[in-house]
Design a binder for this molecule. Structure first.
Ligand code: CP
Length: 307
């Protein structure tokens, strides 16, 4: 199986074999980091890390991954410091940067924006989050985390809670887990339901999807995946004010749920999980964030033909 030159734009086009291969290479990267910290696998490569929206985890874990593989990052960490601010198109930016580096990682606010760049360039493009569209590298690190926390990926009941309309991580996760016979509980206020297209796609694949607005229903799953209400996507600030704080997972609620339920969150959190949950052994969200380095190392090595 070769990933060389492939773009990672969405989880919709990844087969079960692709996903398992990515998990295997991610485990190898974890071992590599634990044994030797830094490798020279990509020592002749440069990677552009262009973030036109805020990020802590995705940008810094990509930069960590790049450095751990011996490659070098060139970084845009602020939309205001690039010529996007002057109105340059994504395609023109991509064509320019592709002449400088071997791979582009891009986060920007337009759904489908990473694909615009990928269509304009020959080098691999990795989507670090495109508006309220997809966040494939997050979903893949979520898969890796689930595999480690649960001992496998098959047949799990997964509840996704919060802003399922604008939350790109849950869009990507729904597709990434789909080949592994999951059951889904989509838990959201009516205004923030999972887009119908995604729910229908899951049902067409034979996946049982239960939709609810009650977090108590979500607590009976094997995994509860909390998400932030995405303030930056709301056109009406009053609607955000009304919906923020819809779900807060606290210790009392966790104790009413399935014993040992794995608690995940892509982070950043605002107040969706109270800090008294952090000490529970099944609170997996910081381990989840740390797994991002291994997964992103794997993707970089794969798309640059070195895995
Ligand atoms: N989970 C995630 O994408 O976090 P950042 O926005 O900090 O990158």
């Amino acid at each position: 199986m070769s990933f060389e030159g492939r773009d990672i734009l969405t989880t919709e086009d990844l087969s079960k074999e692709d996903l398992l291969h990515i998990m295997k290479v991610t485990a190898q990267m974890e071992e590599l980091v634990k044994k030797q910290r830094i490798s020279d696998l990509l020592k002749d490569k440069l990677v552009a890390v262009i973030f036109l929206e805020p990020s802590t985890r995705t940008r810094l874990s990509f930069e960590t991954a790049i450095n751990r593989l011996g490659a070098r990052p060139i970084t845009v960490a602020d939309a205001g410091s690039s010529s996007a601010k002057k109105g340059e198109s994504l395609a023109d930016m991509g064509k320019t940067v592709a002449g400088y580096v071997d791979c582009i990682v891009i986060r920007q606010p337009q759904t489908g924006g990473a694909k615009i760049i990928a269509d304009a360039v020959e080098i691999p493009v990795i989507n670090g989050g495109d508006g309220s569209g997809q966040h494939p590298t997050q979903a893949l690190l979520d898969l890796y985390t689930i595999q480690k926390e649960e001992g496998g990926l098959e047949g799990l009941k997964v509840a996704m809670v919060g802003d399922l309309k604008y939350g790109r991580t849950v869009h990507s996760l729904s597709y990434a887990l789909a080949p592994f016979n999951p059951q889904y509980i989509y838990c959201a206020p009516d205004e923030l339901r999972m887009p119908d297209r995604i729910t229908s796609d899951m049902e067409d694949r034979g996946i049982t999807v239960d939709s609810t607005a009650r977090i108590e229903d979500a607590l009976q799953a094997d995994i509860i995946y909390m998400t932030r209400i995405q303030q930056e996507r709301f056109k009406d600030p009053a609607e955000y004010e009304r919906l923020k704080g819809s779900y807060v997972l606290n210790r009392e609620l966790v104790e009413k749920g399935k014993k040992g339920i794995a608690i995940m969150h892509p982070l950043p959190r605002v107040d969706e999980i109270s800090t008294d949950v952090d000490v529970l052994p099944n609170a997996a969200y910081f381990r989840q964030a740390h797994n991002g380095v291994y997964l992103r190392m794997a993707l970089l090595a794969l798309v640059m033909g070195r895995a």
